[in-house]
Design a protein around this ligand. Structure first.
Ligand SMILES: [Zn+2]
Length: 260
């Protein structure tokens, strides 16, 4: 638990929940005030629980939490935004589930990150409201990487530091950025990235969302953008999962990760 307070008033997004005991739910939350948290909602699985409706995944909710022995305990819940359109359309549901899962997999209980909370709630709102959420999701990926310390280098070769021209290039997950044609021989893990895709990545990284939204990538650029970001995100997650397994072995005791 990140703070020593007895009571925490916080705005959160519910990432997921699991059944806990006979009638309770264990919630995984991302909070504006304290980052990732786990909390128990007592009696949330009873038919007439007043709290339960506020505590579904993807819901943005104001909570009052009291410190329990092992977890925070939800004492009050009030919905700020249920993002209803996310629940009424399969594609939007899929995008929202992806956004939530990415945040969940990249964060531990490491404390407050308000810009990340803001990015999460902005993105859920964009997916709810925009007719086409493709750019919103790619924008989220790039800025999530930035806020977690994995900002991809898109302007200088990650091996020789030469300025990279906006032409067909390579991207290397291992070094976290673009590689120039001269260095490609030394980076066997790099994959090609076309000029057009590199331009889009740079635009999304540097621009406000309003400006990013002016981009209208073709279907070919869309699938390549998605592929290069998936390649980098997957690499980082695998590395992170290995690190977490290692930490677990070193601690050789149960961690909060065991509660999945
Ligand atoms: Zn180079």
């Amino acid at each position: 638990m990140p703070s020593t307070e007895r009571v925490l008033r916080s705005e959160v997004v519910v990432l997921r929940h699991t059944d806990w005991g006979e009638a309770d739910r264990l919630l995984v939350l991302y909070s504006r005030e304290a980052g990732k948290l786990r909390a128990v909602a007592k009696g949330a699985r009873k038919l007439r629980s007043r709290k339960a409706g506020h505590l579904e995944p993807f819901t943005r909710v104001k909570l009052m939490l009291a410190r329990g022995r092992d977890f925070w305990i939800v004492t009050q819940a009030e919905t700020v935004d249920a993002y209803m359109p996310l629940r009424e359309d399969l594609l939007r549901t899929g995008y929202a589930a992806y956004v939530i899962e990415l945040l969940d997999r990249f964060t531990y209980e490491e404390g407050e990150n308000r810009p990340l909370y803001q990015l999460l709630t902005d993105t859920l709102e964009r997916i709810s409201l925009l007719p086409d959420a493709f750019v919103a999701v790619r924008y989220y990926e790039i800025h999530l990487l930035d806020l977690l310390g994995f900002r991809p280098e898109l302007f200088r070769c990650v091996r020789c530091q030469t300025e990279i021209k906006a032409e067909n290039q390579y991207f290397d997950a291992l070094h976290g950025g673009v590689v120039c044609p001269n260095c490609i021989g030394q980076t066997p893990t790099a994959r090609p990235v076309s000029m057009n895709v590199l331009k889009h990545l740079r635009h999304f990284q540097r621009s406000s969302f309003r400006d990013a939204l002016r981009a209208d990538p073709s279907p070919a650029v869309r699938s390549e953008l998605e592929a290069v970001l998936t390649y980098y995100l997957t690499y980082l997650l695998e590395r992170k999962l290995n690190a977490s397994a290692f930490i677990k072995v070193v601690r050789s005791g149960p961690t909060s990760e065991d509660l999945h």
